[in-house]
Design a protein around this ligand. Structure first.
Ligand SMILES: Nc1ncnc2c1ncn2[C@@H]1O[C@H](COP(=O)(O)OP(=O)(O)OP(=O)(O)O)[C@@H](O)[C@H]1O
Length: 238
C-alpha cells in the first residue's frame, strides 16, 4: 500500500502514565481515517505526534516517507492541521490572519476562495476576537486547507459548528479527499464519522483496537450499528 501517513508502533507516556502503546496505523492518498475514542484515549496526542508537534517516546511516524519529528519544519509546511482550539491574532480579521499564515508558509493561495468555502467571506474587517466559537473553527479549517496540503490532521473539526456548518465542512473534506488529500480526523460524533470516514479506528489502551468501514458496518448491523461501536469502546476501555 502507498501510505501517505505511516504511524509505526508509536508509544508516549506523560509523567509515567502511558497514553499510546505501540500504536500503528496507515493512511493512503485520498483516504479519510476517523479516529474514535473516549475522552483521554490519546487522540490529540496521536495527532500531535503525527504532525511532528510532539516527539514519540518510541516508534515513528512517516509522512510521505519522511520522519515527522526529524523533518517537522518541512512537514508542518506541507500538511494542514487543526489540533485543539485554533489560535489566531485576535485583533486581526479572518483575511489578515490567513494572509499572515500564507506569508509565514511562503506561499500564495486563494484566500478569498477559502473564506467563501467556509462561509466567512462577509466578515470583512471584523476582528477574530468578536467571532463565535463556530466562526473560529471555520477559520481554523480554512487555514488548515489553504495551501492545498496532501495531508490534513483534524482534531474534532466540526466541534462547535451548527448543522449547516457541519454539512459544509463535510462536503469540503469529502471533495478534498476525492482530489487525493489523506485525512486523519477525530470526532466524538459517530454519525459524523459514518458520513465522512472511509475507515474508522477505535483508539483504546493506547492503540487501535478495532478498525472498520462504517458503511459496511452499517449494512451489517443496521440500527444496532451505534450500539455495536459503543459496546466495543466500553469493552476496550480498561
Ligand atoms: N502535555 C501533557 N502533559 C501531561 N499529560 C498529558 C499531556 N498531553 C496529554 N496528556 C494526557 O494524555 C491523555 C490523553 O490526552 P489526549 O488529549 O490525547 O486525549 P483525547 O483522546 O484527545 O481526549 P478528548 O477526547 O477528551 O479530547 C490524558 O490523560 C491527558 O491528560
Amino acid at each position: 500500500m502507498d501510505a501517505v501517513i505511516e504511524i509505526r508502533e508509536v508509544s508516549k507516556s506523560f509523567q509515567g502514565q502511558s497514553v499510546l502503546e505501540r500504536c500503528s496505523l496507515n493512511l493512503k492518498k485520498g483516504e479519510i481515517y476517523g479516529l474514535l475514542g473516549i475522552n483521554g484515549a490519546g487522540k490529540t496526542t496521536l495527532m500531535k505526534i503525527t504532525g511532528g508537534f510532539q516527539q514519540p517516546d518510541e516508534g515513528e511516524v512517516r509522512i510521505e516517507g519522511r520522519d515527522s519529528w526529524e523533518y517537522r519544519e518541512k512537514i508542518q509546511s506541507r500538511i494542514g492541521t487543526l489540533i485543539e482550539t485554533p489560535i489566531f491574532y485576535d485583533h486581526l480579521s479572518a483575511r489578515e490572519n490567513l494572509e499572515i499564515h500564507m506569508a509565514y508558509m511562503g506561499q500564495e493561495s486563494d484566500i478569498n476562495g477559502a473564506l467563501e468555502q467556509v462561509g466567512l467571506v462577509r466578515t470583512g474587517k471584523k476582528p477574530v476576537s468578536r467571532f463565535s466559537m463556530g466562526m473560529k473553527q471555520r477559520l481554523g479549517i480554512a487555514r488548515a486547507m489553504l495551501h492545498s496540503p496532501d495531508c490534513l490532521l483534524l482534531d474534532e473539526p466540526v466541534n462547535g459548528l451548527d448543522p449547516v456548518g457541519i454539512q459544509e465542512v463535510r462536503d469540503i473534506l469529502l471533495a478534498l479527499a476525492k482530489k487525493g488529500t489523506a485525512m486523519l480526523v477525530s470526532s466524538h460524533i459517530l454519525s459524523e464519522m459514518e458520513q465522512l470516514a472511509h475507515r474508522v479506528g477505535i483508539l483504546a489502551q493506547g492503540k487501535i483496537v478495532e478498525e472498520f468501514s462504517p458503511s459496511l458496518m452499517r449494512k451489517q448491523y443496521g440500527e444496532n450499528f451505534e450500539n455495536y461501536v459503543i459496546d466495543i469502546m466500553k469493552r476496550k476501555q480498561i
